[in-house]
Ligand binder design. Structure first.
Ligand code: N2P
Length: 358
């Protein structure tokens, strides 16, 4: 009898022990279970107070990870090491992920706040009917510059102005293949969706000539460096520029008239998600006007949420640099999903340019 009791106690201790080990492993590996939501977002792309609010409202544990390019995000999701419940890719990548069967169709009945989204941002070609993705932020690629640091004769209006020999070591570039090859293509009056090898090589060679003017090719840290007057010019995304401009009044943002990129970053649920219910809950939480407005005022990107715009500081919403009028939007191009090979070629050229920078 005593032996049986001892055995039972040992078994009980083992079971309880295993339960805790398993729980710890799950937490540290970002495992999504019924009480956990795992989010994969761009760096600096969500007000942390909103995350706290979501946790408090739902009682869920949130695991939050960030990426700095669509390509890096794709690799991580394809590898499947972590089961993300939410990711926030851009349009061409969403299209690619749909094609590769990596996304889960969304249940619009669970998204009552979807009605707040401006119809202009719904039903776009990369995801007809928004079957797989829900608008989060949108923006452009442009030039942010510091009028106090630059010689007053320097004009920054066109992409070609970046190649001015007087701008030696003055430019930060965002570390992203399509953005950098894109503006070089635009400077040559080519589409930033071209798949023509000659045009792409010409754009890459033109970038090589920009090398003396480039101070660094970087990610989110560009914001702090520009705010601290470390360089006069940055080529980056609009919302990052807006945030810099809030902290440094000498900065301004231009969209060159020969064209640039307009992007749409949407929330998706990867097929490997473990907590589909909570993922829908999070999407709807972010669609709530007061939350979308708070997020946009914190992050600086443009919100596609019409009801949120009404709650926001009119100075932000009426700023045409970040909410450009239709006439400007018409000059902008959305990245298309160019297919595996072409995307690889863009990445290859960008890598070559970065590695052989003299
Ligand atoms: C970086 C967010 C960039 C989003 N902070 C560009 N698609």
């Amino acid at each position: 009898m005593k032996a049986l009791f001892q055995t039972l106690v040992v078994v009980l201790i083992l079971v309880v022990g295993l339960f805790f080990v398993n729980h710890r492993l799950n937490v540290s590996e970002g495992f999504s279970g019924s009480d956990t939501l795992t989010i994969y977002n761009w760096g600096d792309y969500l007000d942390p107070d909103l995350l706290a609010k979501f946790k408090e409202e739902t009682g869920l544990t949130v695991v939050y990870e960030t990426f700095d390019s669509n390509e890096a995000m794709l690799v991580k999701i394809e590898q499947g090491g972590t089961n993300y419940d939410i990711a926030v890719p851009s349009e061409y990548m969403i299209n690619k992920m749909i094609e590769e069967d990596l996304l889960l169709p969304l249940d619009h009945n669970k998204l009552p706040n979807l009605k707040h989204i401006d119809p202009r941002f719904m039903d776009l070609v990369f995801d007809p009917g928004n079957q797989y993705s829900i608008p989060y932020f949108w923006g452009t690629v442009g030039i942010v510059y510091n009028s106090e640091l630059l010689d007053e004769n320097i004009v920054l209006e066109h992409w070609d102005d970046l190649w001015n020999p007087k701008l030696e070591n003055e430019i930060f570039l965002v570390d992203s293949a399509r953005e950098v090859l894109g503006f070089s293509l635009n400077s040559l009056h080519h589409s930033l969706n071209t798949t023509d090898k000659e045009k792409l090589i010409a754009a890459k060679e033109k970038l090589d000539l920009l090398t003396p003017n480039i101070k660094a090719i970087i990610g989110d840290e560009m914001k702090l460096l520009m705010v601290n007057n470390e360089a006069g010019i940055g080529v980056t995304w609009s919302g990052d520029a807006a945030e810099m401009m809030w902290d440094n009044e000498a900065l301004d943002y231009v969209l060159p008239p020969e064209g640039s990129n307009i992007f749409f970053d949407n929330m998706v649920i990867p097929k490997t998600a473990k907590n589909v219910e909570a993922a829908h809950q999070f999407i709807d939480f972010m669609l709530r006007p007061e939350n979308a407005a708070q997020n946009a005022e914190y992050i600086g990107y443009s919100t596609p949420n019409l009801s949120a715009l009404e709650l926001m500081d009119p100075e932000i919403v009426n700023d045409e640099r970040f909410y450009p009028p239709d006439a400007v939007v018409e000059r902008l191009e959305v990245y298309e999903n160019l297919g595996k090979r072409n995307l690889a070629y863009y990445n290859e050229l960008f890598l070559e340019f970065k590695m052989h920078r003299k």
